[in-house]
Design a binder for this molecule. Structure first.
Ligand code: GAR
Length: 207
């Protein structure tokens, strides 16, 4: 089998972005990467079902069970065991520490449901992002995929896509449109882009 970048996807909820990655792998949009583990911070996340349906190993690491102080160490253990070289935050609702983000510099991607630098940073997650966009009254929003560093939503931007806000939008309607028109497209594209880059880097190191 062709060499692929091994990917761990970190999730907390429904996992529609995880689904977009798994579908893209199946359809060949993601051709240089392979999801080897799905790690959920919640035992009840539907994302775990999606992993199972796709034959990908799922893990639960919950702060409640392992304790806050062991949370990241437990995640790292799985990443290392599975040999993952790329970490994708797909609706992962915990902010990672500086020591974690430094350990995996340029190896962690996140999808955020706005056009960064608008409506981002601590406290801006999930529906709250869309509520903020609507209450500000912006006419265009979107999604961003970026590298993760020690600043919440502050790492280098990889891809962005704009989405129109329509008269009568609620946060729920807008969230769905941003997912369909932007997140589910640019996240798999970015995963493919970075997976390919990592492979190329490894190959040039061998030469
Ligand atoms: C997505 O909209 C994602 O962009 C957002 O949470 C949702 C998770 O949905 N992430 C953040 O707000 C991170 N700051 P999903 O579980 O169906 O992929």
């Amino acid at each position: 089998m062709k060499n692929k970048t091994k990917i761990a996807v970190l999730v907390s909820g429904g996992g529609t972005n995880l689904q977009a990655i798994l579908d893209a792998q199946k359809s060949g949009v993601i051709n240089h990467g392979e999801v080897v583990a799905v790690i959920s911070s919640s035992p009840t996340a539907y994302a775990l079902e999606r992993a199972k349906n796709h034959g990908v190993e799922g893990f639960v690491v919950s702060k409640k069970e392992v304790g806050k102080e062991n949370f990241e160490a437990e995640i790292i253990k799985i990443i290392e065991e599975k040999g993952a070289e790329l970490i994708v935050l797909a609706g992962f609702m915990s902010i990672l520490s500086e020591s974690f983000t430094k350990k995996y510099e340029n190896r962690i991607l996140n999808v955020h449901p706005s056009l960064i630098p608008s409506f981002c940073g601590e406290g801006f997650y999930g529906l709250r992002v869309h509520e903020a966009a609507l209450s500000y009254g912006v006419k265009v929003t979107g999604a961003t995929v970026h590298y993760v560093n020690e600043i919440a939503d502050g790492g280098k931007i990889i891809l962005q896509k704009a989405v129109e806000i329509k008269e009568g939008d609620t946060a729920e309607i807008l969230q769905k449109r941003v997912m369909q028109e932007a997140e589910w497209k640019i996240l798999p594209q970015a995963v493919e882009l970075v997976s390919k880059e990592i492979l190329n880097m490894k190959e040039s190191e061998v030469l």
